[in-house]
Design a binder for this molecule. Structure first.
Ligand code: SF4
Ligand code: SF4
Length: 288
C-alpha cells in the first residue's frame, strides 16, 4: 500500500471497529442502571497524521508548555516516523444527558468517561496490532509502562521539592497536544481541544515507524477555534474556568474527586464540553 492507501485503510479500520466493537456499547453487567445497557459511547472517529519529528513536539519540552518530562515520539519508539491521533466524539445521547443539569454528571457521561477510556485504548491497540502485523513497529503511549500522569495536589508535589517525576496535572505524553500537532484542532478556554466534530469526546494516539504524509494544520495559533464566548465559564460547577485566567486544574480536580466519592470507581463532569457552541463543531466567530 502507498501512503494514501494506508491513511484510508487506517481511517476505514477505525470506523469499522467503532461501529462494530462490543466495547463501544455499555454491557448489561456494567450498566449503572438497566436502561443504560446497550448505550453507544462514541460516534465515528476523526483521524489525523503528524510527523514524529515535527519540531512542535520538541517545543512541548519547554517548561512553559509541558516540560522536560514530556517524552518525544522518537523517545517512545526509536525510529518513529508518524504519530496517528484520533478523536472519538461522544454520541448525542451522552452529550444530551449531561445537559439535564449543570451541577452533577449524568450516568451516561460517567460511562463515557470510564468505559469510554477503555474503548479508546482498545481502538488504539487495534490500530497498533494492524500496523505490527504489516511489519511496522508501533506503540500506544497511554498504555505503555513508561506512561506517567499526575493529578495530585500541587502543595504536596514531590516534583516541586525535588524536580523529579511529573508535575501536578501533567503527564509525559499529551493526547490533546499530539492532536493539535497532527492537525485535529485547537485548544479552547476550558483546555479541551476543539475539533471539526467539537470538543465533547476523547483522544488517543499511536506512534509508528510507518511513514505517512503529515496532514495540514488548518490553523496557526493554539486558541484559534475558541471564540472566548465564556459559555464554559458559566457551565462549570466548580468555578474552575475564567476568561481572565483560563482553567484552574486544581479546582476542577477537586470537583472530580467529589464525583469519585459518590460514583466510585467512576468519576467525571464535562459540563464545559456540553451546552457550549464548541460542543460538536468548530464555533462560528462573530464579526466585530
Ligand atoms: S465554550 Fe466558548 S470559551 Fe469555552 S472553549 Fe468553547 S468556544 Fe471557547
Ligand atoms: S473545568 Fe472541570 S469542573 Fe469545570 S466544567 Fe470542566 S470538567 Fe467540570
Amino acid at each position: 500500500m502507498n501512503m494514501t492507501e494506508w491513511k484510508k485503510e487506517i481511517i476505514n479500520t477505525a470506523a469499522r471497529f467503532t461501529e462494530s466493537s462490543a466495547d463501544n456499547f455499555i454491557s448489561d453487567s456494567s450498566a449503572i442502571t438497566p436502561k443504560l445497557a446497550g448505550l453507544r459511547i462514541f460516534q465515528e472517529p476523526l483521524i489525523a497524521y503528524g510527523s514524529a519529528d515535527d519540531p512542535l513536539f520538541s517545543r512541548l519540552k519547554d517548561e512553559n508548555i509541558i516540560g522536560r518530562h514530556f517524552i518525544l515520539p522518537d523517545e517512545w519508539l526509536h525510529g518513529a516516523k508518524t504519530v496517528i491521533s484520533f478523536f472519538l466524539p461522544f454520541t448525542e445521547q451522552i452529550r444530551k444527558s449531561n445537559k439535564m443539569n449543570f451541577s452533577w454528571p449524568s450516568d451516561e457521561w460517567l460511562h463515557g468517561r470510564i468505559e469510554g477510556q477503555v474503548f479508546v485504548n482498545r481502538l488504539a491497540n487495534h490500530i497498533r496490532g494492524m500496523l505490527i502485523k504489516a511489519g511496522y513497529q508501533s506503540l500506544v503511549p497511554s498504555v505503555d509502562s513508561r506512561f506517567t500522569a499526575s493529578t495530585g495536589d500541587p502543595s504536596k508535589s514531590a516534583y516541586k521539592q525535588t524536580g523529579a517525576g511529573v508535575p501536578p496535572f501533567s503527564s509525559n505524553w499529551s493526547e490533546r497536544h499530539a492532536a493539535f500537532i497532527c492537525g485535529l484542532g485547537t485548544f479552547g478556554l476550558s483546555k479541551g481541544l476543539i475539533t471539526g466534530k467539537g470538543i465533547a469526546g476523547r483522544f488517543g494516539s499511536i506512534i509508528t515507524e510507518l511513514q505517512l504524509e503529515p496532514d495540514q494544520r488548518n490553523y496557526s495559533v493554539i486558541y484559534e477555534y475558541c471564540t472566548m464566548c465564556g459559555a464554559c465559564v458559566k457551565n462549570c460547577p466548580a468555578g474552575a474556568i475564567s476568561l481572565e485566567k483560563g482553567k484552574d486544574h486544581y479546582l476542577c480536580s477537586k470537583f472530580l474527586d467529589r464525583t469519585m466519592e459518590e460514583h466510585h470507581p467512576r468519576y467525571g463532569c464535562g459540563k464545559c464540553q456540553v451546552g457550549v457552541p464548541c460542543e460538536n463543531r468548530i464555533p462560528v466567530k462573530k464579526n466585530l
